[in-house]
Write a protein of this length. Structure first.
Length: 476
């Protein structure tokens, strides 16, 4: 990409930031930069013109596994190659971050959040104040608000449309394409996602939402604008790729590396051929469309792990394809596969050996913990967990497994423990007979013993429990 086309970078100290890489332009005045494997925001968010223009670090973000970025006007969404979603931004008033109560800034750094999505996500797109996420089963998840004054959804919800293969978002509109080539389009979540009216003979292969209109590309490479009906657009060239920046800018490209650009609403004759290296440069000094990041591939070696195998197994998470057992939870069902569960989990191996059923009932167990456990079994990774009790339950399930999950639970549990919560964490660890975390927490309790001894929780301990706590706390 020709970085000179984005003027926002001119505010940087060239000597200090010469090694930084432009990852994504959120607007003509704001961008995401990568330097030394750390992600930074530079410039201004559209609605926060008073924010400082010095680079702001994105807090606690593992950028190594990020493969796709999209953004609204006050938030950005990142997708990892494992199908996990992260969000950050400067406002969560309209649910943009996908969480109930999310701080935006801490100590001058943008805070990363993890929306609770019980699925493997394969694509994301953003409107001004909302996000759509497409999972590997063709379901679409939504959070935020399509426009100010509309319903606000601060947690992801699953829309009723199914068998979706592509999604697109405009500033205040959204569209989805199903596997049969039919298109859904809506401008508010309170309205039904209905199919657009086109002839049965028309099969759409790509969609792009503008600020006012929907643009579609058919299997015959015919480009049309939809405004109650399909209106063909004539221009000099044939295209096979279509995208938008979810505002009022649309671009299309061809195999011959010809690029075309126009504003929405479209006006006759308003399409311009662009001279640029790639389609992203059509959006110079404006917001980019969602961007796929190039993967960093290691040289092929038969002695190294085949990552495609891991990715293929991950795609089977909660998939009905070849599923031969269901895991029943208090709030739903996970479609699973006996051979994968038994191979990756000692707990499930024992259950499947002793119980000859097609349903495993975990309806009396914390569903979030089961979802985390099964997600790890299929993907080998998890979003960061910041709930101590969640980690205790997860450790209890995974402690006999030959993987790194149990180790992660202990390490993360220790990182969450401090002088203020050590006594509560000790008591919680004791209920699971988790001596490793009990010993770690006890040292904090003993260090702050005078204050802890006055609490009701400490007074509720038996003399035997107090003796054990002190023994753990003073033992080197």
């Amino acid at each position: 990409i020709n970085l000179d086309k984005w003027r926002v970078l001119s505010i940087l100290n060239k000597k200090e930031w010469e090694d930084a890489e432009l990852i994504y332009a959120i607007s003509e005045a704001g961008a995401l930069l990568l330097r030394e494997k750390k992600l930074y925001f530079v410039g201004k968010w559209i609605t926060h013109t008073t924010l400082p223009t010095i680079p702001v670090k994105i807090k606690n973000l593992d950028f190594e596994n990020i493969c796709f970025i999209a953004s609204g006007i006050e938030h950005a969404v990142l997708l990892s190659n494992k199908g996990f979603v992260s969000t950050f931004g400067v406002n969560n008033k309209y649910g943009q971050l996908g969480v109930e109560n999310g701080n935006c800034l801490t100590n001058g750094e943008l805070v990363v959040h993890k929306p609770a999505l019980p699925a493997i996500i394969v694509h994301i797109c953003c409107g001004n104040y909302f996000t759509l996420a497409l999972d590997n089963n063709g379901k679409v998840w939504f959070w935020g608000s399509v426009y100010i004054g509309d319903s606000v959804y601060k947690n992801p919800i699953c829309l009723s449309i199914t068998k979706i293969v592509k999604i697109s978002a405009g500033a205040k509109r959204a569209a989805a394409l199903d596997e049969s080539g039919k298109v859904y389009w809506w401008s508010s979540y309170s309205y039904h996602q209905s199919k657009i009216s086109v002839a049965d003979s028309v099969v759409v292969q790509q969609i792009a939402c503008g600020d006012s209109n929907l643009y579609v590309l058919t299997n015959e490479n015919t480009l049309s604008r939809y405004d109650g009906k399909l209106i063909p657009i004539d221009f000099d060239g044939q295209v096979n790729y279509l995208t938008s920046n979810s505002n009022n800018n649309i671009a299309a490209g061809s195999n011959e590396r010809l690029f075309f650009y126009w504003d929405d609403p479209y006006r006759s004759g308003g399409i311009y051929r662009q001279k640029c290296a790639n389609i992203l440069e059509c959006f110079a000094n404006s917001k980019m469309p969602g961007v796929y990041l190039p993967s960093k591939k290691d040289p092929a070696s038969v002695s190294k792990e085949d990552n495609t195998l891991t990715e293929n197994i991950a795609q089977l998470y909660n998939s009905q394809n070849f599923s031969d057992i269901d895991i029943r939870l208090s709030d739903g069902i996970i479609h699973a596969h006996k051979c994968i569960l038994a191979a990756r989990s000692e707990l499930f191996r024992r259950l499947l050996t002793s119980v000859k059923k097609d349903v495993l009932n975990f309806s009396n167990t914390n569903s979030d913990v089961i979802k985390s456990y099964v997600t790890y079994i299929y993907t080998g990774s998890l979003p960061e967990i910041n709930n101590f009790d969640h980690l205790l339950e997860l450790y209890d399930m995974s402690k006999d497994d030959s993987n790194k999950l149990a180790y992660y639970c202990i390490k993360q549990g220790r990182s969450l423990t401090n002088e203020q919560n050590a006594l509560a964490n000790y008591v919680a660890s004791d209920s699971f007979n988790n001596t490793m975390l009990m010993k770690y927490c006890a040292k904090f309790v003993v260090k702050n013993f005078e204050e802890n001894a006055l609490t009701e929780q400490f007074k509720s301990l038996s003399s035997k429990e107090v003796h054990q706590l002190i023994e753990y706390g003073v033992k080197k």
